[in-house]
Design a protein around this ligand. Structure first.
Ligand SMILES: Nc1ncnc2c1ncn2[C@@H]1O[C@H](COP(=O)(O)OP(=O)(O)OP(=O)(O)O)[C@@H](O)[C@H]1O
Ligand SMILES: [Mg+2]
Length: 324
């Protein structure tokens, strides 16, 4: 894990058009098996450490697309935390370090970590997240950032945030659209009380099922899921279905995009790229179909690398999609 110092960019100093992203930042450890995984047996492969966390991934992606981006998240008081902070600054993200209440009283200070096992075709088969540092989060931690968050053009949050922090954010005087990522079936219900104030909700099928309580065997499952999610209150809904494409409900109409055929190395974080693409195209006032195509393009680019964000992405390749 190293920072990418030389590329240091300072575009975030223009703060009038910022996207403010708040949520999870963690170290991803990924074990990529070289051949078929057999339960209970050791599989030869590669073990990689990269930077992850839904909100962090989105912030880095937006900044790499030249969007002036701020990020606020909890970093541990350790080497991992310092490296991750440096990496974000190197990618041009204006980063704010949030400090949990018990930080100085001997509680957990390790940077949150996420471990996953990935097959040789990039599919994740098991995941464990240790985000105990985030559980100590409190309302006061974010309050001082209210003036900056309230000034942003768009706000992005994820369900890694503890309930008191989410409550504090939705209590702010935010007039900009709020984009929210559901993160996981276990965490997504934290967003439930706030969905009427959410502009766009991003969920995968498992998270959508957890939010709506809809059983899997329903007919036309994903269409039903999308309708049920819309009924929970967000103006717009982005539903991802892995290899089976993504759907965007824009408040009036549904748009569908197939998932590009790729030879993925690691599919973790592709959903974050999908959402980042929709946000970037929204900022440029492109229509919903373009938003979805930018999202799917970035997801495909993210799948090509072991890390969650592909450092090779740039705004020109997305603009080329608009020109056809
Ligand atoms: N097996 C796959 N083959 C091709 N593309 C995929 C596959 N899985 C995911 N993708 C791409 O990634 C996008 C998001 O996928 P997915 O539904 O897995 O999101 P997610 O579960 O939120 O992912 P994460 O939370 O790991 O970022 C899809 O719309 C698609 O473009
Ligand atoms: Mg996701």
């Amino acid at each position: 894990l190293s920072s990418n110092g030389p590329e240091q960019r300072n575009h975030w100093q223009i703060d009038s058009e910022q996207v403010f992203v708040i949520g999870g930042a963690n170290i991803d450890t990924t074990g990529v098996a070289r051949s078929r995984i057999i339960a209970g047996e050791s599989s030869p492969g590669t073990i990689l450490k990269t930077y992850g966390g839904v909100a962090r991934n989105i912030a880095e992606t937006l900044s790499r697309l030249d969007v002036p981006t701020s990020f606020a998240g909890v970093f541990g008081d350790d080497r991992n935390g310092e490296n991750m902070l440096e990496h974000l600054l190197g990618a041009g993200v204006n980063t704010h370090r949030l400090t949990p209440a018990n930080y100085s009283s001997g509680h957990s200070r390790s940077t949150p970590e996420f471990v996953s096992i990935v097959t040789s075709t990039g599919e994740s088969v098991a995941q464990v997240a240790d985000m105990s540092l985030l559980d100590e989060s409190c309302e006061e931690m974010i309050a001082h950032l209210a003036p900056l968050i309230e000034k942003a053009r768009m706000v992005v949050i994820d369900a890694n945030l503890a309930e008191p922090v989410l409550a504090a954010i939705f209590d702010m005087n935010i007039t900009a659209p709020i984009f929210a990522d559901a993160v996981s079936p276990a965490k997504c219900r934290r967003l439930s009380p706030w969905l009427r104030s959410v502009y766009l909700l991003k969920a995968n099928e498992a998270e959508a099922a957890a939010l709506t309580g809809m059983p899997r065997n329903t007919r036309a499952y994903s269409d039903q899921l999308l309708k049920k999610l819309v009924r929970l209150g967000p103006k717009r809904v982005l539903l991802s279905k892995g290899a089976n494409g993504a759907q965007l409900w824009d408040g009036e109409q549904r748009f569908d995009a197939p998932s590009p055929e790729t030879r993925p190395l690691n599919l973790n974080g592709c959903g974050d790229s999908l959402l980042a693409g929709v946000i970037a195209a929204s900022l440029r006032n492109y229509p919903a179909a373009v938003q979805l195509s930018w999202g799917q393009q970035l997801a495909a680019r993210a799948s090509e690398v072991h890390g969650t964000v592909n450092p090779a992405i740039n705004i020109n390749e997305l603009e080329a999609l608009v020109r056809g």
